[in-house]
Design a protein. Sequence first.
Length: 128
Amino acid sequence: MELMNVSGGQAARISAVILLLVTAALVALKGEAWWWTERAPDTPDSATYWYCHQCREGFALTAAEYEKRVFQYLPKGDPMRQDGLVRPELRVKCPRCSAGAVSARRCLTDNEIFDPAETGGVCPKCPK
Ligand SMILES: [Zn+2]
Ligand SMILES: [Zn+2]
């Protein structure tokens, strides 16, 4: 009788562990699925802005397009820097000339897309 009780308790403990594992697996799976579908939305509101210095033109990419075009660009060492450290930058392939376009900003007034590093952060079209 005593033995029965022990094994019964063990079985309950084991099934509790299994339940926990199944729940954890389900949660992980759901999280994965969510991550998968949410990863690269192809919608205008997911757009990021880029500026190509070759074409001298800005453009927008949806998150899905961005994922297809993004690459890591290693700038040449800055001679002014003593440590010689080079930080990789994220760039996207320009849809027109395939050069690396840099992260840009869009003006809320006239929708002009520009490279803030070049213009000091202000829109080049807006009156100063
Ligand atoms: Zn270009
Ligand atoms: Zn502007």
